[in-house]
Write a protein that binds this ligand. Structure first.
Ligand SMILES: [Zn+2]
Length: 215
């Protein structure tokens, strides 16, 4: 039997929970979990989450990304997860999702403020935005590293999705839900604001048409 079977099963269970919630969009998204100070587990590339077995989970070295366990190819975002776990030694899990509401926000070039005290304790004072680079490339890893902050645990990847860190895989799953709720709330207020603005413009236009022209 391979090592770390319990932790690998934990990764698979988390994949299934997130997939059931619609946060992984097919085979999009990938998960990682610190195993030792030197090693981390990561989901394989293009995996069907529903057929994953513990032996399918890849184990990589944190420093070099050399694969030490698993026959499948590791996720194309392994380097991004390694960067997260290296930068945040207190964090055990790094999760990348294509969750719908936050991915919509990631099309905008905006960070999201985090106002609720519980959310702030888990995510930090804001959800940061990482400038666009194609997924699975060194360019994305480079941009992500430039944005990494000790006090921010959640990052929108522009035009792509989300990556967040947590002290456990369970807490990472809760963070995914928190990010989605904050994003949905932002979108709701943004759309409401736009509707109010449109109504105000309509009223102004009508008033202007009804006013007698002064020449
Ligand atoms: Zn992705």
């Amino acid at each position: 039997m391979s090592r770390f079977t319990l932790q690998k099963q934990q990764v698979i269970d988390a994949c299934l929970t997130l997939a059931e919630s619609g946060y992984l969009a097919g085979t999009g998204g990938n998960l990682s979990l610190r195993l030792t100070p030197e090693l981390f587990a990561v989901t394989p590339s293009g995996a069907d989450y529903y057929s994953l077995r513990p032996d399918d989970i890849c184990v990589l070295r944190l420093d070099s990304l050399v694969q030490v366990e698993g026959t499948l190819k590791p996720s194309v975002e392994s380097a991004m997860h390694a960067a997260m776990l290296r930068h945040k030694p207190g964090m055990q899990a790094s999760v990348h999702t294509h969750q719908p509401m936050a991915s919509a926000i990631a099309l905008l070039n905006t960070a999201l403020p985090v106002t609720d005290a519980t959310d702030r304790a888990a995510l930090g004072e804001r959800i940061a935005i990482v400038p666009y680079a194609p997924s699975g490339t060194v360019f994305l890893v480079h941009r992500f590293k430039q944005c990494l902050s000790d006090t921010v645990q959640a990052y929108l990847l522009k035009n792509h999705g989300v990556i967040c860190a947590a002290q456990s895989m369970g807490e990472a799953i809760r963070n995914v839900g928190r990010i989605e709720a904050i994003s949905a709330d932002f979108l709701r207020r943004h759309i409401d604001g736009s509707a109010h603005l449109a109504a105000a413009l309509r009223t102004l236009t009508l008033n202007a048409l009804q006013e007698p022209a002064v020449r």
